[in-house]
Ligand binder design. Structure first.
Ligand code: ATP
Ligand code: MG
Length: 407
Protein backbone atom coordinates (compact mmCIF):
# COMPACT_ATOMS: atom_id res chain seq x y z
CA UNK A 1 0.00 0.00 0.00
CA UNK A 2 1.27 3.44 -0.95
CA UNK A 3 0.34 4.86 2.44
CA UNK A 4 2.52 2.26 4.22
CA UNK A 5 5.46 3.15 2.00
CA UNK A 6 4.92 6.87 2.54
CA UNK A 7 4.86 6.26 6.29
CA UNK A 8 8.37 4.88 6.04
CA UNK A 9 9.47 8.26 4.68
CA UNK A 10 7.77 10.03 7.59
CA UNK A 11 9.30 7.59 10.08
CA UNK A 12 12.80 8.07 8.77
CA UNK A 13 12.53 11.88 8.86
CA UNK A 14 11.09 11.80 12.40
CA UNK A 15 13.74 9.35 13.61
CA UNK A 16 16.35 11.89 12.54
CA UNK A 17 14.72 14.65 14.53
CA UNK A 18 12.65 16.31 11.79
CA UNK A 19 8.92 16.94 11.57
CA UNK A 20 7.13 15.34 8.64
CA UNK A 21 3.49 15.20 7.50
CA UNK A 22 1.25 13.97 4.76
CA UNK A 23 -0.13 17.16 3.23
CA UNK A 24 -2.58 18.66 0.73
CA UNK A 25 -4.73 16.66 -1.67
CA UNK A 26 -3.94 13.28 -0.13
CA UNK A 27 -5.18 14.34 3.32
CA UNK A 28 -8.30 15.87 1.79
CA UNK A 29 -9.07 12.75 -0.25
CA UNK A 30 -8.27 10.42 2.64
CA UNK A 31 -10.72 12.27 4.93
CA UNK A 32 -13.36 12.23 2.19
CA UNK A 33 -12.74 8.52 1.65
CA UNK A 34 -11.89 9.12 -1.98
CA UNK A 35 -9.10 7.25 -3.75
CA UNK A 36 -5.74 8.86 -2.93
CA UNK A 37 -3.63 9.11 -6.07
CA UNK A 38 -0.47 10.95 -5.07
CA UNK A 39 0.91 11.32 -1.58
CA UNK A 40 2.79 14.56 -0.88
CA UNK A 41 4.92 14.99 2.21
CA UNK A 42 6.07 18.22 3.84
CA UNK A 43 8.87 18.54 6.37
CA UNK A 44 11.07 21.04 8.17
CA UNK A 45 14.09 19.11 6.88
CA UNK A 46 15.93 21.07 4.19
CA UNK A 47 16.39 19.48 0.76
CA UNK A 48 20.03 18.70 1.61
CA UNK A 49 18.88 16.69 4.64
CA UNK A 50 16.27 14.85 2.61
CA UNK A 51 18.83 13.95 -0.04
CA UNK A 52 21.19 12.69 2.65
CA UNK A 53 18.55 10.54 4.34
CA UNK A 54 17.20 9.04 1.12
CA UNK A 55 19.94 7.95 -1.27
CA UNK A 56 17.29 6.79 -3.74
CA UNK A 57 15.92 10.17 -4.77
CA UNK A 58 15.41 12.53 -7.69
CA UNK A 59 15.99 16.25 -7.07
CA UNK A 60 12.78 17.25 -8.89
CA UNK A 61 12.45 20.85 -7.79
CA UNK A 62 15.29 21.78 -5.48
CA UNK A 63 14.71 25.49 -6.03
CA UNK A 64 11.24 25.07 -4.58
CA UNK A 65 12.39 22.65 -1.91
CA UNK A 66 11.10 19.46 -3.51
CA UNK A 67 12.93 16.14 -3.58
CA UNK A 68 11.22 13.02 -4.93
CA UNK A 69 12.00 10.04 -2.77
CA UNK A 70 11.69 6.50 -4.01
CA UNK A 71 10.51 3.68 -1.75
CA UNK A 72 10.14 0.26 -3.35
CA UNK A 73 9.61 1.82 -6.75
CA UNK A 74 7.02 4.31 -5.53
CA UNK A 75 7.83 8.05 -5.68
CA UNK A 76 6.83 10.56 -3.03
CA UNK A 77 7.38 14.30 -3.26
CA UNK A 78 9.00 15.60 -0.10
CA UNK A 79 8.88 19.40 0.14
CA UNK A 80 10.48 21.60 2.75
CA UNK A 81 8.05 23.91 4.61
CA UNK A 82 8.06 27.13 2.66
CA UNK A 83 6.33 30.42 2.13
CA UNK A 84 6.15 32.12 -1.18
CA UNK A 85 7.53 35.56 -1.99
CA UNK A 86 5.90 38.09 -4.30
CA UNK A 87 4.00 36.57 -7.19
CA UNK A 88 4.95 37.23 -10.78
CA UNK A 89 2.57 37.18 -13.73
CA UNK A 90 -0.42 36.19 -11.56
CA UNK A 91 0.89 32.65 -11.36
CA UNK A 92 4.33 31.87 -9.91
CA UNK A 93 6.11 33.25 -6.87
CA UNK A 94 9.37 34.95 -7.77
CA UNK A 95 11.09 33.10 -4.95
CA UNK A 96 10.33 30.79 -2.05
CA UNK A 97 11.66 30.93 1.51
CA UNK A 98 12.10 27.85 3.64
CA UNK A 99 10.44 28.20 7.03
CA UNK A 100 10.39 26.10 10.15
CA UNK A 101 6.65 26.13 10.95
CA UNK A 102 4.04 23.87 9.44
CA UNK A 103 1.35 26.53 9.77
CA UNK A 104 3.20 28.91 7.47
CA UNK A 105 3.46 26.18 4.86
CA UNK A 106 -0.26 25.44 5.08
CA UNK A 107 -1.05 29.15 4.82
CA UNK A 108 0.35 29.41 1.28
CA UNK A 109 -2.02 26.72 0.00
CA UNK A 110 -5.11 27.57 -2.02
CA UNK A 111 -8.22 26.18 -0.30
CA UNK A 112 -8.88 25.19 3.30
CA UNK A 113 -9.49 21.57 2.31
CA UNK A 114 -6.03 21.52 0.67
CA UNK A 115 -4.36 23.19 3.65
CA UNK A 116 -4.39 20.27 6.08
CA UNK A 117 -1.56 18.03 7.19
CA UNK A 118 -1.55 14.72 9.03
CA UNK A 119 1.28 13.19 11.00
CA UNK A 120 2.30 9.55 11.03
CA UNK A 121 -0.05 8.85 13.95
CA UNK A 122 -2.93 10.27 11.95
CA UNK A 123 -3.22 13.42 14.03
CA UNK A 124 -4.73 16.14 11.85
CA UNK A 125 -3.29 19.67 11.66
CA UNK A 126 -6.02 21.86 10.27
CA UNK A 127 -5.47 25.52 11.24
CA UNK A 128 -7.93 26.94 8.69
CA UNK A 129 -10.94 24.71 9.34
CA UNK A 130 -10.67 22.60 6.20
CA UNK A 131 -12.37 19.64 7.80
CA UNK A 132 -15.38 21.67 8.84
CA UNK A 133 -15.61 23.28 5.41
CA UNK A 134 -15.61 19.81 3.89
CA UNK A 135 -18.39 18.77 6.25
CA UNK A 136 -20.36 21.77 4.98
CA UNK A 137 -19.37 20.81 1.42
CA UNK A 138 -17.70 24.13 0.89
CA UNK A 139 -14.71 25.35 -1.14
CA UNK A 140 -13.14 28.24 0.78
CA UNK A 141 -9.95 30.13 0.02
CA UNK A 142 -7.30 30.25 2.74
CA UNK A 143 -6.88 33.82 4.07
CA UNK A 144 -8.18 36.80 2.07
CA UNK A 145 -9.71 35.34 -1.09
CA UNK A 146 -9.12 38.39 -3.28
CA UNK A 147 -5.40 38.36 -2.50
CA UNK A 148 -5.11 34.64 -3.05
CA UNK A 149 -6.60 34.82 -6.55
CA UNK A 150 -4.54 37.90 -7.39
CA UNK A 151 -1.39 35.99 -6.44
CA UNK A 152 -2.21 33.04 -8.66
CA UNK A 153 -5.18 33.18 -11.00
CA UNK A 154 -5.04 29.46 -11.79
CA UNK A 155 -6.63 28.99 -8.36
CA UNK A 156 -9.86 30.37 -9.85
CA UNK A 157 -10.21 27.33 -12.07
CA UNK A 158 -8.90 24.96 -9.42
CA UNK A 159 -11.75 26.15 -7.20
CA UNK A 160 -14.31 25.41 -9.90
CA UNK A 161 -12.72 22.05 -10.54
CA UNK A 162 -12.79 20.98 -6.88
CA UNK A 163 -16.43 22.08 -6.59
CA UNK A 164 -17.20 19.91 -9.63
CA UNK A 165 -15.20 16.91 -8.49
CA UNK A 166 -16.70 16.92 -5.02
CA UNK A 167 -20.13 18.41 -5.77
CA UNK A 168 -19.32 21.25 -3.31
CA UNK A 169 -20.51 24.87 -3.25
CA UNK A 170 -18.17 27.86 -3.20
CA UNK A 171 -18.20 29.92 -0.02
CA UNK A 172 -19.68 33.41 -0.49
CA UNK A 173 -16.58 35.56 0.01
CA UNK A 174 -14.53 33.19 -2.13
CA UNK A 175 -17.19 33.38 -4.84
CA UNK A 176 -17.29 37.17 -4.73
CA UNK A 177 -13.51 37.33 -5.09
CA UNK A 178 -13.66 34.90 -8.00
CA UNK A 179 -16.06 37.18 -9.85
CA UNK A 180 -13.87 40.19 -9.14
CA UNK A 181 -10.64 38.58 -10.26
CA UNK A 182 -12.04 36.60 -13.20
CA UNK A 183 -10.29 38.76 -15.85
CA UNK A 184 -6.89 37.71 -14.42
CA UNK A 185 -7.36 34.29 -15.94
CA UNK A 186 -6.31 35.85 -19.25
CA UNK A 187 -2.74 35.85 -17.86
CA UNK A 188 -2.65 32.09 -17.35
CA UNK A 189 -1.13 29.71 -19.90
CA UNK A 190 -3.93 28.19 -21.92
CA UNK A 191 -2.54 24.68 -21.42
CA UNK A 192 -3.11 25.01 -17.67
CA UNK A 193 -6.61 26.33 -18.29
CA UNK A 194 -7.41 23.45 -20.60
CA UNK A 195 -6.12 20.96 -18.05
CA UNK A 196 -8.45 22.34 -15.36
CA UNK A 197 -11.42 22.50 -17.75
CA UNK A 198 -10.77 18.88 -18.71
CA UNK A 199 -10.74 17.83 -15.06
CA UNK A 200 -13.95 19.80 -14.53
CA UNK A 201 -15.70 18.11 -17.44
CA UNK A 202 -14.40 14.74 -16.36
CA UNK A 203 -15.67 15.16 -12.81
CA UNK A 204 -18.57 13.69 -10.89
CA UNK A 205 -20.70 16.82 -11.27
CA UNK A 206 -19.66 18.66 -14.47
CA UNK A 207 -22.89 20.65 -14.33
CA UNK A 208 -21.66 22.27 -11.11
CA UNK A 209 -18.51 23.38 -12.91
CA UNK A 210 -20.44 24.63 -15.95
CA UNK A 211 -22.84 26.58 -13.75
CA UNK A 212 -19.94 28.13 -11.81
CA UNK A 213 -18.10 29.06 -14.98
CA UNK A 214 -21.22 30.91 -16.11
CA UNK A 215 -21.84 32.57 -12.79
CA UNK A 216 -18.27 33.75 -12.26
CA UNK A 217 -17.69 34.63 -15.92
CA UNK A 218 -14.22 33.13 -15.57
CA UNK A 219 -13.95 32.40 -19.28
CA UNK A 220 -15.32 35.79 -20.40
CA UNK A 221 -11.92 36.64 -21.88
CA UNK A 222 -12.49 33.80 -24.38
CA UNK A 223 -16.13 34.24 -25.50
CA UNK A 224 -15.95 31.33 -27.95
CA UNK A 225 -15.14 28.98 -25.08
CA UNK A 226 -17.39 30.64 -22.50
CA UNK A 227 -20.50 30.00 -24.57
CA UNK A 228 -19.91 26.25 -24.40
CA UNK A 229 -20.75 26.05 -20.72
CA UNK A 230 -24.29 27.35 -21.08
CA UNK A 231 -25.94 23.96 -21.10
CA UNK A 232 -29.56 22.87 -21.14
CA UNK A 233 -30.62 20.22 -18.61
CA UNK A 234 -30.89 17.79 -21.45
CA UNK A 235 -27.26 18.27 -22.42
CA UNK A 236 -26.13 18.04 -18.80
CA UNK A 237 -27.83 14.67 -18.66
CA UNK A 238 -25.99 13.65 -21.82
CA UNK A 239 -22.66 14.82 -20.46
CA UNK A 240 -23.09 12.41 -17.57
CA UNK A 241 -23.39 9.48 -19.94
CA UNK A 242 -20.24 10.15 -21.92
CA UNK A 243 -16.96 8.38 -21.36
CA UNK A 244 -14.10 10.41 -22.79
CA UNK A 245 -13.08 14.02 -22.77
CA UNK A 246 -13.11 13.95 -26.59
CA UNK A 247 -16.78 13.01 -26.53
CA UNK A 248 -17.53 15.68 -23.93
CA UNK A 249 -15.91 18.53 -25.87
CA UNK A 250 -17.67 17.34 -29.02
CA UNK A 251 -21.03 17.39 -27.27
CA UNK A 252 -20.45 20.90 -25.88
CA UNK A 253 -19.43 22.22 -29.30
CA UNK A 254 -22.34 20.56 -31.02
CA UNK A 255 -24.80 21.73 -28.35
CA UNK A 256 -23.57 25.31 -28.89
CA UNK A 257 -24.34 24.90 -32.60
CA UNK A 258 -20.71 25.26 -33.57
CA UNK A 259 -19.74 24.20 -37.08
CA UNK A 260 -16.70 21.95 -37.50
CA UNK A 261 -14.74 25.06 -38.54
CA UNK A 262 -15.75 26.98 -35.39
CA UNK A 263 -15.02 23.88 -33.34
CA UNK A 264 -11.53 23.75 -34.76
CA UNK A 265 -10.96 27.36 -33.71
CA UNK A 266 -11.92 26.49 -30.13
CA UNK A 267 -9.63 23.43 -30.08
CA UNK A 268 -6.79 25.50 -31.46
CA UNK A 269 -7.41 28.30 -29.00
CA UNK A 270 -7.15 25.75 -26.17
CA UNK A 271 -4.00 24.33 -27.82
CA UNK A 272 -5.35 20.82 -27.90
CA UNK A 273 -3.13 18.28 -29.64
CA UNK A 274 -3.57 17.84 -33.37
CA UNK A 275 -4.92 14.37 -32.76
CA UNK A 276 -7.49 15.51 -30.21
CA UNK A 277 -8.52 18.42 -32.45
CA UNK A 278 -9.04 16.13 -35.44
CA UNK A 279 -11.05 13.64 -33.39
CA UNK A 280 -13.30 16.34 -31.90
CA UNK A 281 -13.90 18.13 -35.20
CA UNK A 282 -14.68 14.85 -36.89
CA UNK A 283 -17.26 13.96 -34.22
CA UNK A 284 -18.88 17.40 -34.48
CA UNK A 285 -18.99 16.98 -38.24
CA UNK A 286 -20.62 13.55 -37.97
CA UNK A 287 -23.17 14.80 -35.44
CA UNK A 288 -24.02 17.75 -37.67
CA UNK A 289 -24.24 15.56 -40.74
CA UNK A 290 -26.62 13.08 -39.13
CA UNK A 291 -28.76 15.56 -37.25
CA UNK A 292 -31.42 16.01 -39.98
CA UNK A 293 -32.14 12.27 -39.91
CA UNK A 294 -32.62 11.93 -36.18
CA UNK A 295 -36.36 11.83 -36.20
CA UNK A 296 -36.42 9.02 -38.71
CA UNK A 297 -35.93 5.61 -37.13
CA UNK A 298 -33.25 4.12 -39.31
CA UNK A 299 -30.01 2.36 -38.71
CA UNK A 300 -26.56 3.71 -39.35
CA UNK A 301 -24.46 2.29 -42.15
CA UNK A 302 -21.28 1.90 -40.16
CA UNK A 303 -19.28 0.39 -43.03
CA UNK A 304 -18.73 3.53 -45.14
CA UNK A 305 -18.19 5.56 -41.99
CA UNK A 306 -15.57 3.09 -40.77
CA UNK A 307 -13.68 3.47 -44.03
CA UNK A 308 -14.04 7.24 -43.93
CA UNK A 309 -13.00 8.05 -40.36
CA UNK A 310 -11.58 4.83 -38.91
CA UNK A 311 -12.39 2.66 -35.93
CA UNK A 312 -11.41 5.02 -33.10
CA UNK A 313 -13.65 7.87 -34.19
CA UNK A 314 -16.52 5.51 -35.04
CA UNK A 315 -16.20 3.99 -31.62
CA UNK A 316 -16.39 7.41 -29.92
CA UNK A 317 -19.28 8.33 -32.18
CA UNK A 318 -21.22 5.16 -31.34
CA UNK A 319 -20.85 5.90 -27.62
CA UNK A 320 -21.98 9.48 -28.18
CA UNK A 321 -25.00 8.43 -30.18
CA UNK A 322 -26.07 5.72 -27.84
CA UNK A 323 -25.48 7.61 -24.64
CA UNK A 324 -27.08 10.76 -25.89
CA UNK A 325 -29.83 10.00 -28.30
CA UNK A 326 -30.52 6.45 -29.12
CA UNK A 327 -30.16 4.36 -26.04
CA UNK A 328 -33.19 2.34 -26.97
CA UNK A 329 -32.28 1.68 -30.58
CA UNK A 330 -30.12 -1.39 -30.92
CA UNK A 331 -29.34 -0.64 -34.55
CA UNK A 332 -27.20 2.30 -33.41
CA UNK A 333 -25.50 0.39 -30.71
CA UNK A 334 -21.84 -0.21 -30.23
CA UNK A 335 -22.48 -3.90 -30.81
CA UNK A 336 -23.83 -3.09 -34.29
CA UNK A 337 -20.62 -1.19 -34.97
CA UNK A 338 -18.44 -4.06 -33.72
CA UNK A 339 -20.39 -6.59 -35.82
CA UNK A 340 -20.00 -4.44 -38.90
CA UNK A 341 -16.31 -3.88 -38.25
CA UNK A 342 -15.63 -7.56 -37.74
CA UNK A 343 -17.55 -8.52 -40.84
CA UNK A 344 -15.36 -6.34 -43.04
CA UNK A 345 -12.69 -8.60 -44.60
CA UNK A 346 -10.37 -5.63 -45.11
CA UNK A 347 -10.31 -2.50 -43.00
CA UNK A 348 -7.60 -0.21 -44.33
CA UNK A 349 -5.56 0.22 -47.51
CA UNK A 350 -2.77 -1.77 -45.86
CA UNK A 351 -5.00 -4.86 -45.80
CA UNK A 352 -5.45 -4.89 -49.58
CA UNK A 353 -3.67 -7.69 -51.42
CA UNK A 354 -1.97 -5.17 -53.71
CA UNK A 355 -0.02 -1.96 -53.17
CA UNK A 356 0.11 1.23 -55.19
CA UNK A 357 3.32 0.04 -56.77
CA UNK A 358 1.70 -3.25 -57.84
CA UNK A 359 -1.07 -1.22 -59.46
CA UNK A 360 1.34 0.99 -61.32
CA UNK A 361 3.29 -2.01 -62.64
CA UNK A 362 0.12 -3.86 -63.68
CA UNK A 363 -1.46 -0.87 -65.38
CA UNK A 364 1.69 0.72 -66.78
CA UNK A 365 0.57 4.27 -66.17
CA UNK A 366 2.50 7.25 -64.80
CA UNK A 367 2.16 7.55 -61.02
CA UNK A 368 -0.37 10.14 -59.92
CA UNK A 369 -3.45 10.73 -57.84
CA UNK A 370 -5.26 8.00 -59.72
CA UNK A 371 -3.46 5.40 -57.60
CA UNK A 372 -5.04 6.53 -54.32
CA UNK A 373 -8.47 6.92 -55.94
CA UNK A 374 -8.35 3.41 -57.38
CA UNK A 375 -7.02 1.90 -54.14
CA UNK A 376 -9.80 3.56 -52.15
CA UNK A 377 -12.39 2.30 -54.57
CA UNK A 378 -10.93 -1.22 -54.31
CA UNK A 379 -11.02 -0.96 -50.54
CA UNK A 380 -14.70 0.00 -50.56
CA UNK A 381 -15.56 -2.86 -52.87
CA UNK A 382 -13.62 -5.50 -50.92
CA UNK A 383 -14.67 -4.21 -47.51
CA UNK A 384 -18.33 -3.72 -48.24
CA UNK A 385 -19.35 -5.32 -51.52
CA UNK A 386 -17.78 -8.75 -51.66
CA UNK A 387 -14.94 -8.17 -54.14
CA UNK A 388 -12.38 -10.93 -53.37
CA UNK A 389 -9.17 -9.60 -51.88
CA UNK A 390 -6.80 -11.32 -54.33
CA UNK A 391 -4.24 -9.60 -56.56
CA UNK A 392 -5.90 -10.97 -59.71
CA UNK A 393 -9.42 -9.78 -58.82
CA UNK A 394 -8.19 -6.39 -57.65
CA UNK A 395 -6.04 -5.75 -60.74
CA UNK A 396 -8.89 -6.74 -63.01
CA UNK A 397 -11.30 -4.25 -61.42
CA UNK A 398 -8.60 -1.59 -61.30
CA UNK A 399 -7.93 -1.96 -65.02
CA UNK A 400 -11.62 -1.52 -65.77
CA UNK A 401 -11.86 1.59 -63.61
CA UNK A 402 -8.80 3.19 -65.17
CA UNK A 403 -10.05 2.40 -68.68
CA UNK A 404 -13.45 3.91 -67.82
CA UNK A 405 -11.81 7.05 -66.46
CA UNK A 406 -9.79 7.48 -69.61
CA UNK A 407 -12.91 7.45 -71.80
P1 ATP B 1 -5.34 16.60 -7.35
O1 ATP B 1 -3.96 16.04 -7.27
O2 ATP B 1 -6.43 15.71 -6.91
O3 ATP B 1 -5.62 17.24 -8.67
P2 ATP B 1 -4.35 18.37 -5.35
O4 ATP B 1 -5.04 19.29 -4.37
O5 ATP B 1 -3.53 17.28 -4.76
O6 ATP B 1 -5.45 17.82 -6.31
P3 ATP B 1 -1.96 19.20 -6.64
O7 ATP B 1 -1.82 20.05 -7.85
O8 ATP B 1 -1.49 17.81 -6.63
O9 ATP B 1 -3.50 19.28 -6.28
O10 ATP B 1 -1.28 20.02 -5.47
C1 ATP B 1 -0.99 19.48 -4.19
C2 ATP B 1 -1.23 20.53 -3.12
O11 ATP B 1 -0.43 21.69 -3.38
C3 ATP B 1 -2.66 21.06 -3.06
O12 ATP B 1 -3.50 20.23 -2.31
C4 ATP B 1 -2.46 22.42 -2.44
O13 ATP B 1 -2.27 22.32 -1.05
C5 ATP B 1 -1.17 22.88 -3.06
N1 ATP B 1 -1.38 23.63 -4.32
C6 ATP B 1 -1.39 23.13 -5.58
N2 ATP B 1 -1.59 24.10 -6.49
C7 ATP B 1 -1.72 25.24 -5.78
C8 ATP B 1 -1.93 26.60 -6.14
N3 ATP B 1 -2.08 26.96 -7.40
N4 ATP B 1 -1.99 27.52 -5.14
C9 ATP B 1 -1.84 27.15 -3.85
N5 ATP B 1 -1.64 25.90 -3.43
C10 ATP B 1 -1.58 24.94 -4.39
MG1 MG C 1 -2.32 15.95 -5.93
Amino acid sequence: MAIELAKRVLDRLEEHGFEAYYVGGCVRDWLLQRPVHDIDICTNAHPGDVIRLFPDHVPTGLKHGTVSVKVEGQMFEVTTFRTEGKYEDYRRPAEVQFVSELRLDLERRDFTMNAMAMDRNQVLHDPFGGREDMEHRMVRAVGIPLERFQEDALRLLRGVRFASQLGFAIEDQTMLAMKQTAPLLAHIAVERIREELNKTLDSKAPEVGCQLLNETKLMAYAPGVEKLFVLSNEHVWRLHHLESITQKWSLLLFAANYSPVQSREVCQFLKMSKRETEAICCLVELLTRLQPQWDVPQSIEWGPLLLEVGWDTCNEFAILLQACWWKERQSFSKQALIDQYESMPVKTLKDLAITGLDLQVAIQKKPGEWIVHVLESLLRQTALHGLPNTPEALVEVAKKEVAQDEH
